[in-house]
Design a protein around this ligand. Structure first.
Ligand code: LLP
Length: 420
């Protein structure tokens, strides 16, 4: 079921007309559906439950770190995959227990490693040997043993956009899979470490299960090799990456199909399998509501200038991503147009030469599938306010992140006296 549907001529989030939110909060504004988050969270859990053994699902906080969203997922029994001290603090503030937190990331600072140890987080995903040595030292000094796994780079082409691929040998992530056994041998004996497994994540928005399967098969061979070398392997983190439909009618591998593939490939591994989905949970649980400011004549197509821009939703400018655009009150008529924001960059364009709902100045419209990597990547470029977020549940809605004004940020700036 889709939780963003036209009811009585107007697009709703669950039972809330989007115009009611726009009126109360203004635009642009992100709107999330609680029911949509829950539905995807449950579908993902049901999918990976097919493996039969122990599983742990950790939401990739980077996809949507809003505290209310994290609370919804905490209530669904999700842990968190974090990549900074800030995300760790948020995950816990959102109600996720420290032991359910996995700390990923290629550049953790010593302070962040210490923060994770003090909080008692569930696992550190190590990106290089030296990080393991440093973590072990910090832990030993505190009389602790840090639960950790080695993130390996399986050298698999994820077949996704270059800027969101992580599993090719030339990417900065993980350590080369062929070096993993030797590094494991050297790190495992360290007093401050409980090195208990491996992790892999090859990229995001994967539209095929094949590269994931290839990566997991390599991981399976690595686990067997590590065990043959005498290591005790109890945990394997299979990352995130499952793609989602961004276009109406587009079909992507379901969590169910993913779970079936994982069950097949990991048969007999006898470990706790961990997952770090972000997009699969949040992307289609949110939209960005915007108002049409102008319809400006163009050389080939008219420009629909909306009040949302690349600073609010960066994905199109960064990855040539596609987000469906539709009117909140569609008339049924369409036209071919470009859709762009007010930011002074030619990359601030959401759609080019696309057939869209006919809109005019003052109309409300939405960019769909904006619940993941939307608000979290927003900036205040062009001194635009930071976009607010609203959570809907049934016929209720609440602002879960207020609009931050340009003035508030200016208040953090200072002109030195010596400039006169
Ligand atoms: N685990 C690790 C180690 C990751 O690096 C990521 C995403 C995930 C899990 C979650 O992946 P997901 O299930 O969401 O695909 N800003 C980009 C996406 C960047 C993804 C970065 N890492 C975008 O908007 O497409």
């Amino acid at each position: 079921m889709n939780h963003f549907e036209v009811i009585g001529g107007e697009l709703h989030a669950e039972q809330v007309p989007l115009s009611a939110i726009a009126e109360a909060v203004g635009t642009p504004v992100y709107v999330y559906s609680t029911a949509a988050l829950q539905q995807r969270a449950r579908a993902y859990k049901a999918g990976v439950a097919k493996v039969g053994g122990r599983t742990h699902v950790a939401f990739a906080v980077k996809a949507n770190p809003n505290l209310a969203v994290l609370r919804v997922l905490a209530n669904e029994g999700f842990g968190a995959d974090v990549v900074s001290g800030g995300e760790m603090t948020r995950a816990m503030a959102g109600g996720i227990a420290a032991r359910d937190i996995v700390f990923s990331g290629v550049g953790k600072t010593r302070a962040e490693l210490a923060q994770g140890l003090e909080a008692g987080i569930g696992q550190f995903n190590l990106e290089l040997e030296e990080e393991g040595v440093v973590l072990a030292e910090i832990a030993a000094a505190k009389g602790l043993r840090a639960p950790a796994v080695l993130r390996v780079n399986p050298d698999v082409d994820a077949g996704t956009h270059d800027k969101i691929s992580t599993g090719k040998a030339e990417n900065k992530f993980g350590l080369p899979i062929d070096q993993a056994p030797a590094i494991f041998d050297r790190l495992a004996p360290l007093e401050g470490l409980n090195l208990r497994g491996v992790a892999v994540h090859i990229g995001s928005q994967l539209s095929s299960l094949a590269p994931l399967e290839a990566a997991f098969e390599r991981i399976g061979r690595l686990v067997a090799e590590l065990r043959a070398n005498g290591h005790v392997i109890t945990h394997v983190d299979l990352g995130g990456g499952l793609g989602v439909p961004y276009r109406k009618g587009e079909v992507m591998p379901s969590p169910e199909a993913f779970g079936e593939m994982v069950a097949r490939v990991t048969q007999g591994w006898d470990v706790e399998l961990q997952f770090e989905p972000g997009r699969a949970i949040a992307a289609n649980a949110g939209v960005l509501v915007t108002e049409v400011l102008w319809v400006k004549p163009g050389v080939t197509n008219p420009w629909v200038i909306v009040d949302a821009a690349m600073n609010d939703l960066a994905r199109v400018a960064l990855y040539d991503a596609h987000h469906d655009f539709s009117a909140v009150k569609p008339s049924g008529e369409t036209f071919v147009a470009n859709v762009a924001g007010p930011v002074c960059e030619s990359s601030d364009v959401f759609a080019k030469g696309r057939e869209i709902d006919l809109v005019k100045a003052g109309d409300l419209a939405v960019l769909h599938s904006a619940g993941a990597y939307g608000a979290t990547m927003a900036s205040m470029y062009n001194s635009r306010p930071l976009v607010p977020e609203v959570l809907v549940s049934g016929d209720r809605f609440e602002v879960v992140a207020r609009r931050v004004s340009a003035e508030a940020i200016m208040g953090e700036e200072q002109v030195p006296d010596w400039l006169g």
